[in-house]
Ligand binder design. Structure first.
Ligand code: PHE
Length: 344
């Protein structure tokens, strides 16, 4: 090969290169063109330069310089094209899928039972109630004796109550907070006492050994059963919706007289009957009644002067009937796929 032939081959390559580079329609085609022009294995330039050694010694320097010059020009053109293709790629290539859901940051959710407690507290706060708390490890007298339980009451039996010692129990209800509150604050009293309670029950679809209750207590002069009914019916309409029907059924608790349970029309079937309300059309929401004079006296109040009413509700039951949850255990499984569905 002569220097003139070498230069002619370079010129031919330099003349062809721009059109081939411009024809590369995407980055894959660009890579092919680059390999064909200047690739180390089989590129045209590599091919031409392999003839360098066959040139007369005195021509090699010039040949080498021209080859470098041709390579630099082709490399520049390649880079310009590559940049242009890369900039256009998002519009033409499937690198993002705008139909995919956004990846939201997980914020956590409020437990459905906590949501019920918060809403109940808010509704009674509007009516002037404040919050009262009591211990979960409770003296048996507050849990039973002061609440007028007879000594042989079945609820005091070992089957229902978890004893911590001779006179100490895990409270089986929030009603002991009634007595603690009345001992501490003079009437008028309007308090709400949310908290956890414990019973010697095993988990089944409708029972748990620990669950939340919300206690309500109103004590003043001249408080009547009409106040109880009106306040609780108001609560039901605020909580379940304006048209919610309620009914009161006579019941029995040692610490209230008379006693009544309040049902609301089943929200899942609107009273037609379903599995949540066990086909009755009604769901029991709370127990209530006029505070028994013996309880007022146990707390040191004059039961001739003061009267009061109280209620206790289970927010887990309320959450279940509100959402049509088939099994109470789901509330305590800590399964994020379930819990994540509840937000304020
Ligand atoms: N303490 C009762 C229970 O655990 C509920 C209740 C509270 C009933 C206050 C009447 C008054 O079932």
């Amino acid at each position: 090969m002569t220097l003139a032939e070498f230069i002619a081959a370079l010129d031919l390559l330099a003349a062809e290169a721009p059109a081939r580079i411009a024809a590369a329609a995407d980055l894959d085609a660009w890579t092919e063109v680059r390999n064909a022009l200047v690739g180390r294995q089989s590129g045209r330039l590599t091919d031409i330069m392999s003839g360098l050694g066959a040139l007369p010694k005195e021509d090699r320097r010039e040949a080498g310089q021209r080859a470098n010059g041709a390579k630099a020009a082709i490399d520049d053109a390649l880079e310009v094209r590559r940049a242009a293709l890369a900039a256009a790629a998002p519009a033409s290539g499937p690198t993002i899928d705008p139909t995919l859901p956004a990846r939201a940051r997980w914020k956590g959710a409020v437990h459905p039972v906590s949501l019920v407690i918060d809403e109940v507290v808010e509704i009674f706060r509007e009516l002037g109630f404040t919050i009262a708390l009591g211990p979960e490890a409770e003296h048996a007298w507050y849990n039973f004796g002061a609440l007028n339980f007879p000594d042989d009451h079945p609820a005091m039996d070992l089957h229902d109550t978890l004893y911590l010692g001779e006179d100490q129990v895990l409270r089986t209800h929030t009603s002991p907070v009634q007595v603690r509150t009345l001992q501490q604050y003079p009437p008028p009293v309007r308090v709400l006492a949310p908290g956890n309670v414990y019973r010697r029950d095993f988990f089944d679809p409708s029972h748990a050994p620990m669950f939340a209750q919300i206690e309500g207590l109103v004590v003043d002069e001249g408080v009547s059963f009409a106040d109880l009914k009106a306040t609780l019916a108001h609560f039901a309409r605020r909580f379940f919706g304006a048209g919610t029907k309620t009914r009161f059924r006579p019941s029995y608790f040692p610490f209230t007289e008379p006693s009544a349970e309040m049902d609301v029309q089943c929200g899942v079937c609107s009273g037609a009957g379903c599995s949540v309300c066990k086909q009755s059309g009604w769901v029991e929401i709370l127990g209530s009644g006029m505070v028994h004079p013996a309880v007022l006296e146990a707390a040191g109040l004059d039961s001739e002067r003061y009267t009061g009413w109280a209620f206790g509700m289970g927010p887990a039951r309320t959450a279940i009937s509100r959402h049509g949850i088939p099994d109470i255990r789901i509330l305590y499984d800590s399964d994020v796929r379930f819990l994540d569905q509840f937000t304020r």
